[in-house]
Design a protein around this ligand. Structure first.
Ligand SMILES: [Zn+2]
Ligand SMILES: [Zn+2]
Length: 310
């Protein structure tokens, strides 16, 4: 066993020059055989530059910096976000969840990153999303109370149509980043058409009604708790996209009926009914350091985004 530590600075300094040159040549050859491309726009990127090209990285940074409502997850103007919600969700009923953490609005390049994970199974996208979601979640005071993350389950028939169980893949990466347990406490017991194909918000709620059940009758009650005095375990649902909130409402209802003390939500992207134009207005307002851009702050209901419909 040699005394060089591979992958450490000490090891690199003590590595013979011929080995360093050989390693560099092999790395360059590997790039030629399998060139790296941006996970969002698929342009070539240099080795070691991460999973996104520079423009996509900058675009994602701008979306993540937008303020968002912690009750509904929508990106909005700063002054329209109040302590208990925003203008858009003020009249909406709650979805059985406490706090909502959304990485950003469903806008490019975040929208493509979400779709690449869902429809192509590109696990680099899960790594990108989970890393940024963890950064967003760590400062949240409520995260310290969370006992476990819970992925939104996928029906086995849907799983056959997808390259991966995308919510579970994302939740797994997020659980590792946050060092929290990932528990599949809920299963999908009824197949339903994709929510993205249902244009009317109220029908989305009826579409997923009774779709979920506990994986075991005592699944929630058996979750180890940080605070033994709490009414029940504190859980955080993880999903890739939040639209109407119907799916989250149902999953949370099942968890709470099973004994959860509190349920929160972490999602990668959040749709807005007024779409790209409104998000562009918010981005412009943030870029100019003013919250008084011409864009409307929020909208009352979210319609499906046609780009997400397959
Ligand atoms: Zn790119
Ligand atoms: Zn809101």
């Amino acid at each position: 066993m040699g005394r060089h530590k591979r992958g450490t600075l000490d090891g690199m300094w003590s590595m013979p020059r011929w080995q360093t040159l050989a390693a560099g040549a092999l790395g360059a050859a590997a790039d030629l055989v399998a060139p790296l491309v941006c996970a969002a726009c698929h342009t070539w990127i240099p080795s070691g530059a991460g999973h996104l090209c520079s423009p996509c990285q900058t675009g994602l940074d701008r979306l993540v910096r937008l303020p968002h409502c912690t009750r509904c997850g929508r990106a909005a103007r700063r002054e329209s976000i109040l302590e208990h919600g925003c203008a858009a969700c003020d009249s909406e009923s709650h979805w059985n969840v406490g706090n909502v953490s959304a990485l950003g609005p469903y806008h490019e390049p975040l929208a493509t990153i979400v779709r690449e994970l869902k429809y192509r199974g590109d696990t680099r996208c899960a790594a990108i999303l989970a890393g940024r979601m963890a950064e967003r979640l760590r400062p949240e005071p409520w995260l310290a109370t969370v006992d476990a993350l819970v992925p939104v389950p996928m029906h086995w028939l849907r799983r056959l149509q997808r390259p991966c169980a995308h919510a579970a893949v994302l939740a797994d990466a997020l659980a590792k980043a946050l060092r929290l347990p990932l528990l599949p406490l809920v299963t999908r017991v009824r197949y339903a058409p994709s929510q993205t194909h249902i244009p009317i918000r109220t029908r989305r709620f009826s579409n997923v009604a009774d779709c979920f059940a506990l994986a075991h009758p005592d699944a929630v009650r058996r979750v180890p708790r940080r605070d033994a005095r709490s009414r029940g375990p504190v859980l955080c649902i993880v999903d890739n996209l939040l639209m109407s909130g119907a799916t989250v409402h149902e999953v949370s209802r099942v968890l709470r009926a099973g004994g959860a003390g509190r349920v929160h939500l972490a999602v990668a992207a959040r749709t807005r009914s007024d779409g790209d134009a409104a998000v562009a207005g918010l981005l412009a307002a943030e870029a100019h350091g003013t919250a008084s851009a011409s864009s409307s702050g929020c909208a009352p209901a979210d319609q499906p985004d046609e780009r997400f419909m397959r």
